[in-house]
Structure formats: C-alpha cells, structure tokens
Design a protein around this ligand. Sequence first.
Ligand SMILES: [Zn+2]
Ligand SMILES: [Zn+2]
Length: 323
Amino acid sequence: MLQVKARMPKAKRPLTHLTFDKFSNLLERIVADPFSKLEGYIVNGNLVETKDINWLKCFLATRTTKNGLRSLVEGDSFRVHQKIYSSITNARKLSPGTSCNLCLTENLLYCPTKGLCSHFRNCKYHNSAQKQFRPCPSQICDAFWKEIGFFHRYGKPSWKNTKADQWCTNHWQVAKCFMPLDGYQDVSSFDDTDFNGIINFMINCTESQRSLSFNIANQPNALLEARNIVRSIRHSPDLMVTDDYLASFFSTLNLLLTDSKYLASDSSAKEAVIKLNQLEKDANRTPAEYVREYLQEVRETKKVITLELLQFCKATVKFHSSH
Ligand SMILES: [Zn+2]
Ligand SMILES: [Zn+2]
C-alpha cells in the first residue's frame, strides 16, 4: 500500500470526498482489521452521500447478478467437463472412472508457451525437473489440454489459472481456463469466483452459447454489455455514480438475467431480478444500512471481495499514473 500511495502524485488525487487514499485505507483495514471496528469507521465516517450509496448499490447489484448466474454457469461448466472427460475415455476405450492426478499444468505445456513463458534455458514457469514438458502417462491430461482449447472461443485458455492434476475430478479447474489471466489461481468454486470470472467464463466457453438466446459472437450483446458496465465501475477513478448511470447499470444487468433461453425461467436468476429491483427502488434505507449490507457481504466473502478491491485499487492507480 505504501508503494501504491507513493506512485500517485498529490495534485492528481480525485477531488471527491472519498479519495483514493481513504479507499486504500479502508482496504488496509478490511484486510487487517476485525470487521467490527471497520463498520463503525465507515458508518460514522464519510460514506454517506447519495453518490457513494449509488456506488455501493452497483457493488451489491454486481454480487446479486453473479448469484443469479449460478445455476447456468454451474450447469455449463459441469457439462463441458463431462463432455471432455467422456470424449477422452470413449476415444481411448478407458473404463469409466479412470483418471490421472499426476500431471501438473507445467508438464502439459511446451516451453516456451506464448503468453506464459519465453526463456527455454532459464524458464521461470518450467522451473524444476518435475515441471518439465512431458506426455501424460495415462494419455488423459494432454487430451484434456487439447479439448479445453477447442471449447475456448478464442483458442486461448488461461493455463496459469488452473491445476491440471485436478482436471479429471474438478470441473471448476476446467472452468478457470476460461477466466481472465490474473486473480483466479487460488479460487476453487463458484462461490470463490467474482463476477468478472463468471462473466468471462460465459463469454469464452462456447458451451454457454447453448444457454443464451442471442449469438455471443455478435456484438453488442447482453453478456458483453454487462461485462463492460461492471468493468467501468470497477475501473472508475473515484466512487461517484450518477443516478442516470445507476439506472443504466441496473437495466443492463436485468437484461442479461431475464434472457429468454434459460435465465428467464431459472429460479436463481429470478431471485436475483427481484433483489435487483428492491435494491434499485429502495429509498427507505439509510446510508448506514447500505453500508451494513455491504459489510455483511465483505464478511461472508472476505477473500473474494478483498481481491475485487485490490483489482479496483490497481486499476485506479493505473488511471492516475497515466493521466
Ligand atoms: Zn517454460
Ligand atoms: Zn496425466
């Protein structure tokens, strides 16, 4: 954090009352502090203006939307895993249940692999004798590697995220290949994964096309719009969100959650739509109540939120150092 502050010139600090420094301070407390103290700090502190509440609403709406996508993404990721696994066991005539847990992701990737490692002689990725490229002894994992590539819309799975020794048994290790390159190495379930990981799985894994009414390859579409609008909040230089922006934020997420092919009749998506509606319309709650709800989320998913906040801070620093 000290380093982060040092990189940000004084004159360029945002002139909102919740400055980047204060936000960093909150982040430090979230990481280090017992939550009881933090709550008092925020509630009695500066997070009380409407525009801050709008930001908190966007934050909560993003979490709600992620939960609304649960059964679609769990279903699609499970199905893609099953398809790959059974196509391999069928092709190799292996008995059902045959698996390999001996191959590390490093073992399955050539050195150098573009985007991952570049120096064959002194590779930081293939950095021990156990991590050198070699074929799978059961001829399963290298076939998995190939199949995952076929299911990736752009043919570029994020190998850095995944643990190949769990491919045969854990569908989420396969799902993570379709998520962005940074920040997903340590997540192991839907609950651990943030909205950005979930939405990128849907965009990048061709299996999701079966669950959506529109063609994901055609732009713009509800999926890309949802990713963009959430990204713009995460990357915004301050925490100010106008009422107009808030309205388009909610309508964009709503559009995705009510897609006719699957989500419109799915119970977790329907529940999320109701919650979004309440969140948007609710004028009776005090700012402190919003903050409490936010903190409740922080408590429940401490790890994920911390990760989201860290990404947010990183993006903010980038913004300020390039302007
Ligand atoms: Zn290498
Ligand atoms: Zn293997």
